[in-house]
Write a protein that binds this ligand. Sequence first.
Ligand code: SF4
Length: 841
Amino acid sequence: MQFSLEARTASLSVGEFAAFASGPRESGGGSAGLWRAQLGQHWHAELRARTLAAAPDARFEVALEEEITHRGWRLTLAGRIDQLVPATGAEPLLREIKSVSHPLPADEAALRTDYPAYFLQLATYLVLRRARREPARGELVFVEVASGLVQTVALSPFDEALVLHQLDAVVEFLQHRRHAGERRRALRFQPPFAALRPGQESIQAGLGAALARASVVLFEAPTGYGKTGCTLEFALGALRSGRFQRLVWLTGKSTGQLQVVRTLKAMSDPRPGNLLRDTPPAALPPGPPASSNPLGYSTPAPAGDPSNPLGYSARGANPGLSGSNNPIGDAAHAAPLPYWQVRNKGEHCVNDVFHCVRDACGFLNGCAERWPGSGLAKFYLAEQAPRDLDALRAAGRAARICPYEITRAALPYHDVWIGDYNYVFAPANRSLFSEQPGFAPAETLLVVDEAHNLPARVADAHSHLARADDALALLAELDHRRAPADLQLAAEQWARLLGRLGSSDAVDAETESAVHDAVGRLAELVMTLPLDYAALGPEHSRTLWQFAALEDFLSDSTLKKLLWVPRPGELAFTCLDAAEAIGAILQSFGGALLMSATLSPFEHTAMACGLEAPGGLASLRAPAPWRDGAYDVAVDLRVDTTLKHRARHSAATAATIESLRASSAAAVAVFFPSYAYADAVLGVLEQRSAALRVAMQPKLPDLAAQAAWVEESLALADVLFLVLGSSFAEGIDLLGGRVTHAMVVGPALPEVNAVQRARMDTFAALGRDAAFRRVYQVPGLQKVNQALGRLVRAPGQKAKVLLHCRRFADPSYAGLLAPEYQMYREITSEAELGAWLGPAR
Ligand code: SF4
């Protein structure tokens, strides 16, 4: 739907108009995939031939476009009628062909309930024809896809009357968007920080200039910079200026989402003292001369200033953001910010079983009918109504409406959507956003937080695993339920195929061809047969719905793929690289900001996100002068931590840890590439009877428990053993300023396995070194940079870091370290290590 709120015009296809719904949807799980479209085309062609035989002057795919004025809005509706059959002496007949998996013939009332949009679509064509004084009759032709059985339903005047209601609904929605536009223009919000940290002064202008250069911007800023606040400030300003109509903010972790929500709330709350960092403004010493300070850094407050522990500079020092020049807005006029945080569907669920099919869930069945009288529109009409998950679940339970459907219904009325990457990038989840009425990526600013994780997350979202055990269980259930013989036969062949598979790095061509055939056949059957998913239950339904997803995976030419067998009887459909798919999505947005502390090297991130086209990409590195000189780095050339040689050096590794701890006044952090490696070194320390209390990172899924473990270990242990790439190394910010000595035991190159080998083959055209860099070195060093970045999170903090492996000094590795770690000293002996560490404490 495209609309101009100023001109009060909108244009949309007739299909879009008919499908428009401002409430919940009752469709269940599964994915229509490509099959529905393909089968639809098949039956369209078949029925066209039949019509032509009976009426040679019939016309097909007849274009129709008409403008309708309704309640002050001019709506242009356009579409193509499947068949127009002239009739002598009578009104011509308009036919729409609809393929359904519903068994036919069916009760007409049931068809009207299950497929209201089909009736509305044809009725709209009739109304449009009438508007141009070309009245016609209409009939819907339903085709049962599995059998080709046909049922024809003639449209009634009542169907045409419903078009008027739909016009009301669309216009009401447009009025809401108009109101939202006015609200955005009048938006008032506080700056996120009471005082700016050095380096933040120029960031608003920097982001604006970067987005003016290209629609996709890589924005790298160190941990502790205040990325979330700065970017929100920029994004809200862009909403207010009319540059964008919506902000979509994606993060991979719920903690990141909560931080965005907290910041938004603080920015929209005018009460004094509610700024995120309400430090008193401090007088600033003069900054460096302009020539050496092109970005206008201010000077950090002195370390240790108790009134300014995080070292922010005074806001007044920034002429662009203070006093009468302040474009941010006046806190006294703060207005609420309409945002919606989308939690995953399982968290919304209030049913006894998480099985989203109408006949299995009373909160889904009939929810569209209950919606108008439910009062749940308050979730988007009342700006101050609570929107947290508990409120949604309680309201959904009371009204017998699935809480996730409340989220779906409320989203179009909110200007800021906060959620996981999946809602934009995962085929299984993205429809929640992409199918929202009025959602126009071209008018949306997309922010992707922790964007260094995006390529791997999207590749995972495209990947699948099929198990022989699941297939066998499905087969038994299909037999028990007396499912159609075709389906049982195909499921049996699939179970046999999976059962025969032994572990292998890649399936052979013959197996791959058999997999294509089997998946194609099963996807077709699942899409066409009317199956009782409520009786089949959630597990078997998921197994059945997976075939459409597998078929989509196999036929998606934008993905680089591998079919392999990690364990006997398990077939992995692994996406090796989703760059092309990511790039296409990013470029569909009016603006996209990919931000992280570790996006360097930018050319690698660009390639991994499918952004190789020149001109489509800009990059911005946030100035953070307070990090200059904060790290004292050394590379230990004495040891080799490669898999082949690490055991030989483990005694040296253990001894180095002892020396590191001896020179530090507090606990030290040692980062390992894997648990196994950490365990091995712990064993050596025990053999040496080292008097060290070592806290080994536990496997705790809950972030609060992880944080508690870090706190306790910092207080009670001498050494924390942490694993690079884990949430302890990347998600917990408690080490900043508390750990002054750290060691990284080798670059954390990914494990060599079938997937990495296949990725090397995929990028072979780049040359071996470039492929190795892309597959192993960049991800490995990114983990190192992520972990080290968290040791200095604020001005005044310092860290001594030992990179414990000679590979770190190899230019191909060293060049991938963040700039702060590239000025290092080389350690070639115990004496040099002792000199660098300084006296024992
Ligand atoms: S209540 Fe639960 S099972 Fe029912 S539709 Fe919602 S999420 Fe699915």
